[in-house]
Write a protein that binds this ligand. Sequence first.
Ligand code: PEP
Ligand code: MN
Length: 354
Amino acid sequence: MFQKSGSRPFLIAGPCSAESEEQMLQTARELAQQGVDLFRAGIWKPRTRPGAFEGLGAEALPWLRKVKQETGLRVTTEVANAQQVYEALKFGVDVLWIGARSTVNPFSVQEIADALRGVDIPVLVKNPVNPDLELWIGAIERIRNAGITQIGAIHRGFSAYAKTTYRNAPWWEIPIELRRRMPDLPLLCDNSHICGNRHDLLEIAQHALDLNYDGLMTEVHPNPDEAWSDAKQQITPTVYGELIKSLNLRAASSEDPVFLENLENLRHKIDEIDLELLNLLARRMRCAESIGQYKQRNNIAILQSSRWNEVLENAFVQARERGLGEPFVEKILSAVHQESIAVQQAVGSRQQAV
Ligand code: PEP
Ligand code: MN
């Protein structure tokens, strides 16, 4: 259900929270004209601190049903416990989503899964708030084990203690690894909750599509500044329409034989270079082993921080000349350095064992 149609992503949009029947209908009518596939609205809102607007609850469910009847749009809302599942099903909600604060808790996910047994409704599972891929996969498995056949994952970013440009750090490597482990699972990007602001929505959505995500979930409100929750990140239906139009849509692959041949040649080069890199790394580790033995014979400490600083500083100079980014070079060399230390430690413990 959540797959692309051609190169067009599956589009989910609607307000962060349901506030009134009028707000819902007005937003939905405009979104229906823009070809949105699924209308979202939060009814039960998980808020970080007490006292914030916690959603209108079941009172808003008939409005979702009305959106469906009037516009023909399918509708979705967040559920966090069995009671909310039953209420949502009673009002004909088409798709349920599990929020980031529920995915993190296997008890909550299992309660939702048990409530869904015997009902094959599509379910979207957001990533947990913390960067733990196993929890995300575990939640997907619990829903799948309850007999749900249409499941999608939503990447909404991760909480970070350090301040980042975004409200929730995207850490793209985590959804990329999810894709590798579950290649058939549709993957969508909630650009609103990653960004936390309006200005970066396009950039994040485009990045997701460049990575071949299947769809987007975006918060849209008729009067964003007055929204009862997440005012800073919501956009009007008109701005949403412009955002979708300015996306550069890429096809997942091509049948063109010339394209395929050129790509094959480039990939062949990449494979050769990767092999060279592995040979070099193996050589470097053999050298680290010799150094380890030498230090061991002379009873010298393994870690020499002044030398490590020197290696990094030299590498940064060389990297700049070659057009390589410092953070990238630092990441690679840190990994190499850590492995060298481990190799040298292994030399030490082998000799102690003799
Ligand atoms: C939401 O979609 O409004 C929401 C609460 O999202 P998340 O679970 O990603 O914080
Ligand atoms: Mn929100």
